[in-house]
Design a binder for this molecule. Structure first.
Ligand code: UT7
Length: 322
C-alpha cells in the first residue's frame, strides 16, 4: 500500500492587518490584556469583497507551485472550512472551478479548528487506497464574518487566512499515522448557535456569531492536545525526543505553552505563529506548517507532529515524515 507525502505547502493571509490597538477602539479591552491572555498581537482580516475561496485559491496556487505540479495533476480536492462562501456548492467545488480542474472529487469537511486534520486524514486514506494520486488539501477561513465585534471574549482571538498542502502517492513515508476524535457532548461550549436549518430567522435578523466558554475550552484543549501527542507517539513506537517539530493549532500561546510543559517538550521544537495570525481555525495548522517550511525550520526528513482542536469538540493529529 503506498504512502501519502507532503510535496508542497502554501499559505495566504489577507492584506489588512488588525492590531490589538485597533480593537481597543471597538470593545473594552487592551493590547496588554490580549497579549497576556492569548499571545496575539495582530490578525489579518479580509476585504469586503474577499471570501474564503479567494484565500483558498491563493494558498492552493502557492502549494501547487511549491510542489512543482500543475492544477491538472490534482485528482482530489478537500477544503476544511466552517466559513464556506455559500451554503452550497462546497468551497472545494468553487475552488476546483477557479483552478480549472474538471472531474475529480472535490468536497468540504467541517470540523472547525481541527478541520485540517480531518481533511488530511481523509486525503491520506484516498491515496493509500489508491483512489487518488495527488491531493490538494486546504484549510481556509473567514472567521471575521462570524464574530460578534462587540463581544470582547471572542472578537480579539480570531483572524482570517488559508493554508494548503499537496499530498502525493509515494513508496516512501510520508504520513505515518493520523488520529481523529470527536465528543459532541461539548457542542455548546464553542459554537455558532445559528444556522440554516435551525434558528434561520435569527440568522436573517442578526447574523451568526461564535460563542465560547473560554476557560472550559482552554482546559479541554490543553488536555486533548497533550493526550493526542502521546497517542500519536505510541502508534508509531516513537518517543518525544524523536520529533523535530510540533505544529499545534494556533489558538492561544498559553495553550501551546501548557501543552509543551505537560509533555516536557522544549519551546524550540514548537512552531508558534498565533502572535501574528490570531486563531485562523482550520487554516491555522497548514499556515503554521507553511511558514516553518518556507523559513527552513522544517527540513526534508524531519518528523513533524501536527495537531488541532476545535468546536464539537473535535481533535486530531498526524505524524509526518517531511
Ligand atoms: O480554537 C479552539 C478555540 N478557542 C480556544 O482554544 C480559546 C480557549 N480559551 C482561551 O484562549 C482563553 O480562555 C481566553 C483568551 C478566551 C480568556 O482567557 P482567560 O484567562 O481564560 O480569561 P477569563 O475568561 O477567565 O476572563 C478573565 C477576565 C473576565 O473578567 P472577570 O469576570 O474576571 O471580571 C473577562 O470578562 O477577563 C475578562 N475579559 C477581558 N478583558 C479584557 C474577557 N475578554 C477580555 C478582553 N479584554 N478581550
Amino acid at each position: 500500500m503506498p504512502f501519502s507525502r507532503i510535496i508542497g505547502t502554501g499559505g495566504y493571509l489577507p492584506e489588512r492587518v488588525l492590531t490589538n490597538t485597533d480593537i481597543e477602539n471597538l470593545v473594552d479591552t487592551t493590547d496588554s490584556w490580549i497579549i497576556a491572555r492569548s499571545g496575539i498581537r495582530e490578525r489579518r482580516i479580509v476585504a469586503e469583497d474577499e471570501f474564503t475561496c479567494d484565500l483558498a485559491e491563493k494558498a492552493s496556487r502557492k502549494a501547487i507551485q511549491a510542489a512543482g505540479k500543475r492544477p491538472s495533476d490534482i485528482d482530489l480536492i478537500i477544503v476544511a472550512t466552517s466559513t464556506p462562501d455559500v451554503v452550497f456548492p462546497s468551497t472545494a467545488c468553487l475552488l476546483q472551478e477557479r483552478l480549472g480542474i474538471i472531474g475529480p472529487p472535490a468536497f468540504d469537511v467541517q470540523a472547525v479548528c481541527a478541520g485540517f486534520l480531518f481533511a488530511i486524514d481523509v486525503a491520506d486514506k484516498f491515496i493509500r487506497t489508491q483512489s487518488a494520486k495527488c491531493a490538494l488539501v486546504v484549510g481556509a477561513e473567514t472567521f471575521s464574518r462570524i464574530l460578534d465585534w462587540s463581544d470582547r471574549r471572542t472578537c480579539v482571538l480570531f483572524g482570517d487566512g488559508a493554508g494548503a498542502v499537496i499530498l502525493e502517492s509515494s513508496d516512501e513515508p510520508g504520513i505515518l499515522s493520523t488520529h481523529l476524535h470527536s465528543d459532541g457532548r461539548f457542542k455548546d461550549l464553542l459554537c455558532v448557535p445559528t444556522g440554516v436549518s435551525r434558528n434561520y430567522q435569527k440568522l436573517q435578523d442578526g447574523g451568526a456569531y461564535v460563542t465560547m466558554e473560554g476557560g472550559e475550552v482552554f482546559r479541554w484543549a490543553v488536555t486533548a492536545m497533550s493526550d493526542i501527542v502521546q497517542e500519536t507517539l505510541d502508534a508509531n513506537s516513537m518517543t518525544l525526543d524523536q520529533i523535530d517539530w510540533l505544529v499545534p493549532h494556533q489558538a492561544n500561546s498559553r495553550i501551546i505553552s501548557a501543552i509543551g510543559k505537560r509533555l516536557g517538550l522544549p519551546v524550540n521544537k514548537v512552531v508558534m505563529t498565533v502572535e501574528k495570525h490570531g486563531n485562523t481555525s482550520a487554516a491555522s495548522v497548514p499556515l503554521a506548517l507553511d511558514e516553518a517550511v518556507r523559513d527552513h525550520r522544517v527540513k526534508p526528513g524531519n518528523f513533524v507532529l501536527i495537531e488541532g482542536f476545535g468546536g464539537g469538540f473535535t481533535w486530531g493529529s498526524a505524524m509526518i515524515k517531511m
